[in-house]
Design a protein around this ligand. Structure first.
Ligand SMILES: Nc1ncnc2c1ncn2[C@@H]1O[C@H](COP(=O)(O)OP(=O)(O)OP(=O)(O)O)[C@@H](O)[C@H]1O
Length: 269
């Protein structure tokens, strides 16, 4: 398995607080990884590093052998729990603009045919995520689930190689979440994207993807509670061997699973 994303001895320290400590990780192209962990343990921080919104305090992250440049680029799309859209633009324009903005910057102005092509591409993608009927609507007219479908289309319009998701479905009702899981799996299978999703729902982490990672602060010093950051303490392949997955579930210590939905309920059928 060749490494597509490589995380090498990464630390993230804010002032006195070490949030991430000595992270080492290899992800192959096309994997669907989920990361769970208690609130405040550093999941979003790690995702921001993968996105390139922040640079690690120490260590480096390579994408296909090249160190991340320290700012987001088109190779990585991202979906957050709260979507960010242009409220005054239609659903179609909110997605097409992802293609139009880089072109305008390059050309000074966008030629008519390029603009048409961008809108056609956006409409096709919106159809795929189930918003083909809502192209002319405005974001405020969409339900929560539809808004997240829009956010996914925005993230995918530039054809990224990696899709990063930070608690993307945390605010949705269980029924809608199930629909969103199905959509995400369908897009992943169809595109061969590498997916990295942060969630604090263990059942969601187990029910999706090929690999589940668990963050934990393993060595907290009572005299310096912030001295040690989160590390990946479990890295479990979610293969088709259900017994192996269940055995791995049993190894998770109670403090990681307390308060989280029952993992067994979420194991993929
Ligand atoms: N830019 C920053 N400056 C200082 N501290 C930060 C910064 N970003 C995050 N932190 C701190 O890092 C810790 C981890 O935060 P982070 O949001 O990554 O955790 P999380 O696991 O995603 O939490 P949650 O599940 O609640 O979203 C927190 O204590 C937070 O206050």
């Amino acid at each position: 398995m060749s490494a597509f994303i490589q995380v090498k001895n990464v630390w993230q320290v804010y002032g006195e607080q070490t949030v991430l400590e000595r992270l080492n990780l290899s992800i192959a192209e096309g994997e669907f990884c989920t990361l769970v962990g208690a609130s405040g343990c550093g999941k979003s921080t790690f995702l921001r590093l993968l996105l390139g919104q922040e640079r690690p305090s120490k260590g480096e992250i390579l994408l296909d052998g090249t160190p991340l440049a320290g700012e987001p680029d088109a190779s990585r799309g991202v979906v957050f729990q709260r979507y960010s859209v242009f409220p005054h633009l239609s659903v179609l324009d909110n997605v097409a603009i992802g293609l139009e903005l880089p072109c305008s910057a390059l050309l000074g102005r966008l030629f008519g045919s390029a603009k048409r092509a961008a809108r056609e591409q956006a409409a096709e993608l919106l159809q795929k995520v189930g918003l083909g009927h809502a192209l002319d609507k405005y974001p405020s007219q969409l339900s929560g689930g539809m808004q997240q479908r829009l956010a996914i289309a925005q993230a995918l319009i530039m054809k990224p190689r990696v899709l990063l998701l930070d608690e993307p479905f945390g605010a949705l009702d269980p029924g809608i979440r199930k629909d969103m899981h199905a959509l995400l799996l369908e897009l992943w299978r169809e595109t061969g994207l590498t997916v990295f999703m942060v969630t604090h729902d263990l059942s969601e982490g187990f029910s999706l993807g090929t690999r589940l990672m668990v963050f934990d602060k393993t060595r907290i010093d009572p005299h310096a509670p912030n001295a040690f950051g989160a590390r990946i303490t479990y890295d479990i392949p979610l293969n088709e061997d259900r017994r192996a997955v269940r055995a791995a579930l049993d190894t998770l210590p109670a403090h990681l699973t307390d308060g989280l939905p029952t993992a067994q309920q979420g194991v993929r059928a």
